[in-house]
Ligand binder design. Structure first.
Ligand code: C5J
Length: 225
């Protein structure tokens, strides 16, 4: 058992690092780089870059301290059989899921845009969970992966704060996981959604989880040598 107390909003939480996983949500080229799905929907993708440095730091710490790391990717089968028609029908028809963009077919597994950005590439042995929805538990084997390691606490970071991070935190909360969300390691295309999304997690005594910072997490772990 490796216990730590992490300062957070609305209160500090005590966790066991041996039963904690770092879950990095959808840090994919399709969301972060020009020419992908995020930009096709009219977003300023540069806003998501601010999460990359803090996530790199969390990955370095987790790997050095033998903490389970799980990456997720949002995307669909090449035949789009797992893509709800309503999801595909969203936005300009030229840039919909499955359409061909500068990084290959948008949000389709195996295409360059579906890859995780090179700075945060998964290390050998780190599970990568491909998810068809916003939440990382929906129609995936994430719960099984976590249960097999007796995980009870998730550090959830990535993009976007109010969509896939939020949905995953809500799903995890309903399944009994304690969620810690380092706000600086999350990002949104919308500044106000980022701020309010984090406030919603911590409201009402931590209704969905606890909001913290990368620095607070780092301070509770031995620094990598
Ligand atoms: C979105 C995500 N925003 N990963 N996906 O469509 O948040």
């Amino acid at each position: 058992m490796r216990k730590a107390e992490i300062p957070a909003d609305p209160n500090a939480v005590t966790i066991d690092w041996d039963r904690t996983a770092l879950v990095v949500i959808d840090m994919q080229r399709d969301f972060l780089e020009p020419g992908g799905f995020g930009e096709a929907l009219g977003n300023d993708v540069s806003k998501l870059a601010r999460a990359v440095g803090p996530i790199r730091r969390l990955l370095t710490l987790a790997r050095a301290n033998k903490i389970l790391v799980v990456h997720t990717r949002e995307g669909h089968r090449p035949d789009l059989a797992d893509a709800p028609p309503l999801k595909v029908a969203r936005g300009d028809p030229r840039f919909r899921i499955g359409a061909t963009g500068p990084m290959g077919r948008i949000l389709v597994r195996g295409e360059p845009g579906h890859d995780i950005v090179p700075e945060l590439r998964p290390a050998d042995g780190e599970p990568v969970v491909d998810k068809p929805g916003k939440g990382a538990f929906y129609e995936t084997d994430l719960a099984l992966i976590l249960r097999n390691r007796a995980i009870e606490t998730l550090i959830v970071c990535g993009v976007t704060t109010e969509v896939c991070v939020h949905t995953t935190v809500r799903e995890a909360n309903d399944r009994g996981f304690r969620c810690l969300v380092p706000g600086d390691a999350c990002a949104s295309y919308f500044d106000e959604f980022h701020v309010v999304g984090l406030r919603m997690i911590a409201a009402q005594g931590g209704i969905f989880g606890f909001v913290t910072t990368t620095a607070a997490i780092a301070a509770s772990l031995p620094a990598p040598t």
